[in-house]
Design a protein around this ligand. Structure first.
Ligand code: KG4
Ligand code: ZN
Length: 313
């Protein structure tokens, strides 16, 4: 739950983490996630308004994630947002979650404006997006199977690292070396990604090494580093290709996986001298409400709010 001023300034940004709820199951349990939304959201509304020092009726617009996402969570969020919009007589803007991730970059750099090229990497998406203007998005590349974050989560599970996998694997990879146990770098023609083969390659490697229990303690960080390297190099090779096809002066790397240490470093190296790179700080990379508020705010600019009570992208 967040309050953002002028689409660019974060006044409050609260995240209720459900990691502890889902960790025992090794992944998100949709029903538990929806119930947690129902229990937590009303209190978070009060808290966010209090921290920002505003009243609900002061708001210009109420933004809410309209999808993609878990349907139960979306229903709870949209139901609450519709109720608040009605109670406070404010317009409602439904926001695409992925476009929200791109807006995290506009919160990071106040002078950043489209056109730009974005790599959106999350638990469910690995998309290359050309943003032509506010509300004008064109997906030019995507994954044909697993998303990058999903690949990290599954690899972490294969390596017995638990949930959530991406951050744990990132930490473990920092102590490893990608060279002793190299894994293939997925490479499809065009701008398509594929990570399911890499996931299988890791599984076979662990099996060939005698299974997880037999792994030398030094090998686990090396496997993490090798897996991370393959995902990151694959992500960036297509970003490079997209940038050659559509030269852009502004490039954004965003979404939960943009919190990855190696991706942040290698993206900066790739774009050095070619384009200006914006990667949001870690708390704006992983899911948060400020990015949705920023997108909602930009979605109503220049529109007649009285004539269109329900807006958004
Ligand atoms: O955008 P996000 O917070 O939620 C979705 O919209 O899916 O992305 C979550 C994904 C998870 O798969 C998580 O493992 C991954 O982002 N992730 C990371 C890191 N932090 C989060 N992956 C690699 N390295 C990280 N440091
Ligand atoms: Zn996300």
């Amino acid at each position: 739950m967040a309050v953002v001023a002028g689409g660019r300034e974060v006044l409050a940004n609260l995240v209720y983490s459900q990691e502890k709820t889902h960790a025992p199951f090794g992944g998100v349990v949709p029903e538990l996630a929806a119930r947690a939304h129902l229990e937590r959201l009303p209190g978070l509304v009060e808290e966010a308004l209090g921290r920002a020092g505003v009243r609900g009726s002061d708001l210009d617009v109420i933004g809410v994630t309209r999808g993609p996402g878990l349907v139960g969570c979306l229903l709870v969020g949209i139901g609450l947002a519709e109720g608040l919009a009605t109670a406070w007589c404010r317009p409602l803007a439904g926001v695409n979650h992925l476009w929200g991730h791109i807006y995290a970059a506009l919160l990071t750099r106040r002078d950043l404006e489209p056109p730009l090229l974005a790599l959106v990497v999350s638990g469910a998406h690995s998309d290359l997006v050309r943003m032509h203007g506010h509300g004008a998005f064109e997906v030019v590349g995507r994954t044909r199977d697993d998303a990058a974050g999903e690949a990290f989560d599954k690899a972490a599970r294969t390596l017995g690292l638990g949930y959530p996998g991406g951050p744990v694997l990132d930490r473990m990879a920092r102590a490893g070396d990608a060279r002793p146990q190299p894994l293939p770098i997925p490479s499809l023609p065009g701008l398509e990604y594929s990570f399911s083969g890499l996931k299988t390659a890791l599984l076979y490697r662990v099996r060939d090494l005698g299974g997880l229990q037999a792994l030398d303690p030094g090998t686990l960080p090396d496997l993490c580093a090798a897996f991370e390297r393959s995902v990151v190099e694959s992500l960036l090779s297509k970003l490079d290709r997209a940038l050659v096809a559509w030269p852009a002066s502004e490039v954004v790397v965003c979404g939960g996986v943009a919190a990855n240490t190696l991706l942040r470093r290698r993206a900066a190296e790739l774009l050095e001298g070619r384009a200006r790179l914006t990667i949001p700080p870690l708390d704006l990379c992983t899911d948060n409400a400020a990015m949705i508020a920023a997108a909602a705010s930009h979605s109503v600019v220049g529109r007649d709010l009285a004539a269109e009570p329900s807006l958004g992208w």
